[in-house]
Design a protein around this ligand. Structure first.
Ligand SMILES: *[C@@H]1O[C@H](CO)[C@@H](O)[C@H](O)[C@H]1NC(C)=O
Ligand SMILES: [Cu+2]
Length: 291
């Protein structure tokens, strides 16, 4: 039997290596940006910029040590604090009653509950009923099921007229993994013709989403793949200094490919890291237990 560290590192190699564990991939959701940085603080924004799959409790852990975290402005339980102002070029134009295909990427199961709802962003309150919900979601016992990551929702036909204005209403995917107390959210900005009928003439200049969204998707993919290197590095470092060959490779590509490297390095390891590492190790064992 090898050392714990070596064994853990070997097991970790079997899993997708990530910090956070869930995000909507389609339609393209809100992403972090300068407006979020201004409201939630530098480090909270960097935390999500480097890992948009991360959870709200992780953000709050970072926020707790930062003076530039403004709870009221950040409104972190809405869209993880991601702001409309950073996503104005990514607003979907829907019709009342339209059916929308969702894709979600879950990188590790954590048993919880989930739903997708239309949310009034001014009050962070749900409009009507959830469009879809799960009493058991991403179960560690069964693994993630296909209909939890690929599904359709249908917009109500009676959304309030405020949803005709971009920024007022979002489609929010919400996953609370109570087994580990982690909340994940993704928000899709959209407009819909007020009240009834399809399309309401004044449909904002035709096209739904355009080039920027595609570019963002690419960026997000790149970001998450670079972010995915870090947990193993942290894990290996914390488990046993310098015992695994993977650590060297991990830290090289991790630090060189991160555009936020300077900021992160200057402030040291984010507060969330130890928690993330524990959570990650737990995920490894949950994964094994589930097999
Ligand atoms: C979605 O699920 C969460 C967690 O159970 C719950 O707090 C929230 O009320 C749900 N949303 C709706 C609209 O039911
Ligand atoms: Cu997770």
């Amino acid at each position: 039997m090898k050392s714990f560290a070596a064994t853990t590192a070997a097991l970790a190699a079997l899993l997708p290596l990530v910090h956070g564990h869930g995000f909507v991939t389609s339609p393209q959701p809100r992403m972090p940006g300068p407006a979020m940085k201004a409201a939630c603080g530098n480090q909270v924004e960097i935390n999500q910029q480097s890992d948009n799959y991360g959870n709200i409790q992780g953000e709050l852990q970072v926020a707790a040590t930062q003076n530039d975290y403004n709870a009221a402005e950040c409104d972190i339980w809405l869209c993880k604090g991601y702001k409309f102002d950073d996503n104005k070029d990514n607003v979907f134009s829907y019709k009342a009653g339209q059916t929308i295909d969702f894709g979600v990427d879950i990188r590790a199961p954590h048993t919880g509950v989930a739903n997708v709802s239309v949310v009034d962003t001014a009050s962070n309150s749900v409009i009507g009923q959830p469009l879809i919900s799960w009493d058991v979601y991403a179960s560690t016992a069964t693994g993630v099921k296909p209909d939890e990551t690929s599904f359709k929702v249908t917009l109500p036909t009676d959304l309030p007229s405020k949803c005709a204005t971009a920024g007022n209403c979002v489609l929010q995917w919400y996953w609370y993994a109570q087994s580990i107390d982690q909340t994940y959210e993704s928000c899709i900005d959209f407009t819909v013709g007020g009240g009834s009928a399809s399309g309401s003439g004044s449909s904002s200049s035709g096209s739904t989403t355009s080039m920027p969204a595609t570019a963002k998707t690419t960026t997000a993919a790149v970001q998450s793949s670079s972010a995915s290197v870090q947990p193993l590095t942290t894990l290996a470092t914390q488990a046993r200094q310098g015992t695994t060959p993977t650590q060297a490779a991990g830290s090289n590509s991790g630090s060189s490919s991160s555009s936020n490297g300077a900021g992160t390095a200057a402030s040291g390891i984010p507060t969330g890291s130890a928690q993330d590492t524990l959570e990650y190790v737990r995920a490894v064992f949950q994964y094994l237990a589930g097999n």
